[in-house]
Design a protein around this ligand. Structure first.
Ligand code: FES
Ligand code: FES
Length: 159
């Protein structure tokens, strides 16, 4: 029986193993917070955490993530999430600072920002730019995203 862990719960996979993970999350599990943008690994809107790393779910087959831990925007701040504390701060700052505009890209932005801050809480401005460069925003909220990440860093430093 093929299984993977999604948001801390074990999920049985009963679809073709070459199905992209994004399709499985949205169409099979109903987790529609992860967005379809380009479908070819170019925009980052479908980003999810795979064992804590931000990866593009449109470009990963189910076979590639079997027995791995997948965390989507729905579960990133839940108690079962290993990055809960960081994700909660990211989401709070995103709200306080009104980071999103249309919001479409923001689940992917939040996932990638959370992965970055979980591994490198003191990331420099340049490292932030590098880490976030694969997440495109058609509304151009990049300055607010960067400011938000730096604000989360301040919160994390204060403990
Ligand atoms: S939808 Fe996956 S990278 Fe664009
Ligand atoms: S907020 Fe609209 S696409 Fe980024």
């Amino acid at each position: 029986m093929n299984e993977l862990t999604v948001n801390g719960k074990s999920v049985v996979v009963d679809v073709a193993l070459d199905m992209p993970l994004l399709w499985f999350l949205r169409d099979t599990l109903g987790l529609t917070g992860t967005k379809y943008g380009c479908g070819i690994g170019q925009c980052g809107s479908c980003s999810v955490l795979i064992d804590g790393q931000s990866m593009r779910s449109c470009a990963l087959s189910i076979a590639a993530v079997l027995n791995k831990s997948v965390t989507t925007i729905e579960g990133v701040a839940e108690s079962s999430s290993p990055v809960k504390a960081v994700a909660e701060n990211v989401q709070a700052v995103w709200k306080e600072e009104s980071v999103p505009q249309c919001g479409y890209c923001q689940p992917g932005q939040i996932i990638t920002a959370t992965a970055l801050l979980s591994s490198f809480p003191d990331a420099s401005g340049e490292q932030i730019d590098d880490a976030m460069s694969g997440n495109l925003c058609r509304c151009g909220t990049y300055p607010r995203i960067k400011k938000g990440i730096q604000q989360v860093q301040e919160v994390l430093r204060r403990g």
